[in-house]
Write a protein that binds this ligand. Structure first.
Ligand code: ATP
Length: 357
């Protein structure tokens, strides 16, 4: 059973108009985010979108080209990392191979000149928190990758940081271990009540463990919010496509309040545009149901079936050739003529967004 000692004081982090250029390349463009004390906040986005750069600016390893970083009300923009009271967990563990696990974990306490008995007690506490009691005398090379990363987490939390920063901590581990360790990280963060900022490119990981998520693309913030908000109400096509699977149907939102794409015509609640507007209808595969009657539903033929265990995925083709992915627990046969009920959709057209329940 792990101890439930709370971290000292967790901070809120305010990122205000942060931009960063390396030479002529602008890597971050005016990012604004507010991260609450005790929140598990994840930054995701495709490779090269600026996630690590933003985390390094929050930690003080990089300075921004413009903008400010606040911990609570304190402007820390130009404060060096060692004066920020942060714990940092790196992708590659970054343990010292020639030091014992005890010395690795104790390092931050030693440079803070803590008394020996305090160091012994805190190292034991941190190793208990990460479920690795009794490994003090071993060296990193004697431990598995997952255990080494847990030592790295112990080293980060042993100093009672106000903020825990984790940069893709699981990406060197195999799939099964990633899933169990991400749950463990979330449990530790919740037990300690510590603010955590977590960088990953794995959207499933982000959805599972985060209080809130920020999605970056091309150095720009696309959307920030709770996992459900981002998944169900994406504010643009990038977010809709990056998080989970989605069907995209390009068409026109008419002044009469309909979405029309070839033979598909749906009424859309919400504001009507003054003139017909190009729009994309976004619908998740699980929001398309196969139903028995044709009333108000869309006729289709199932042209492909993928077996995913309990869940089956089908490709359905509409009369005009449009194809849609759907996922269902019911089984069907390729070639079946069916009716489709389109459930929750999201319509994205320029600046305006219309949702249907
Ligand atoms: P990944 O998921 O691949 O780690 P990322 O989203 O974390 O990517 P960053 O590492 O922040 O992206 O890099 C963003 C961009 O900035 C990339 O094009 C990268 O090449 C560039 N970059 C990062 N650090 C430097 C640096 N020190 N000097 C020059 N360019 C850099």
């Amino acid at each position: 059973m792990r101890p439930t000692t709370k971290a000292a004081t967790s901070v809120g982090v305010r990122i205000k108009n942060i931009s960063k250029s390396f030479g002529q390349t602008e890597v971050l463009k005016s990012i604004n985010l507010d991260i609450l004390p005790g929140e598990f906040f994840t930054i995701i986005g495709p490779s090269g979108c600026g996630k690590t750069t933003l985390l390094r600016i929050i930690s003080g390893f990089h300075q921004p080209s413009g903008g400010k970083v606040f911990f609570n009300d304190q402007d820390v923009t130009y404060l060096p990392p060692w004066e920020r009271n942060i714990g940092f967990v790196f992708q590659n563990y970054a343990l010292w191979p020639n030091m014992t696990i005890f010395d690795n974990v104790a390092y931050g306490l030693k440079i803070r000149k803590k008394p020996k008995d305090v160091i012994r007690e805190k190292v034991k506490w941190a190793l208990d928190v990460v479920d690795l009691p009794g490994v003090e005398k071993q060296h990193p090379g004697q431990l598995s990758g997952g255990m080494q990363q847990r030592v790295a987490i112990a080293r980060a939390i042993v100093i009672d940081p106000a903020l825990l920063l984790l940069d893709e901590p699981l990406s060197n581990l195999d799939a099964k271990l990633r899933v169990s360790l991400r749950k463990h990280i979330r449990e530790i963060q919740t037990e300690l009540g510590i603010t955590a900022i977590y960088v990953t490119h794995d959207q499933e990981e982000a959805l599972e463990i985060s209080d809130r998520i920020a999605i970056l693309n091309g150095g720009m913030l696309q959307q920030a919010g709770r996992p459900e908000e981002l998944y169900e109400n994406p504010s643009n096509l990038f977010v809709a496509g990056f998080l989970g699977e989605a069907n995209f149907i390009e068409g026109v939102l008419t002044a009469s309040g309909h979405f029309q794409a070839n033979s598909l015509k749906l009424s859309v609640p919400g504001n009507r545009p003054a003139v017909d507007t190009q729009a994309t209808l976004v619908i998740r595969p699980e929001n398309i149901q196969v139903v028995s009657s044709g009333d108000g539903h869309v006729e289709a033929t199932l042209i492909k079936r993928y077996y995913l265990g309990a869940l089956k995925r089908f490709v359905a083709q509409l009369a005009d050739g449009t194809t849609l992915y759907l996922e269902t627990f019911q089984d069907h046969t390729v070639g079946d003529k069916v009716w489709l009920e389109l459930g929750k959709t999201r319509l994205i057209c320029e600046e305006e967004i219309h949702a249907s329940a």
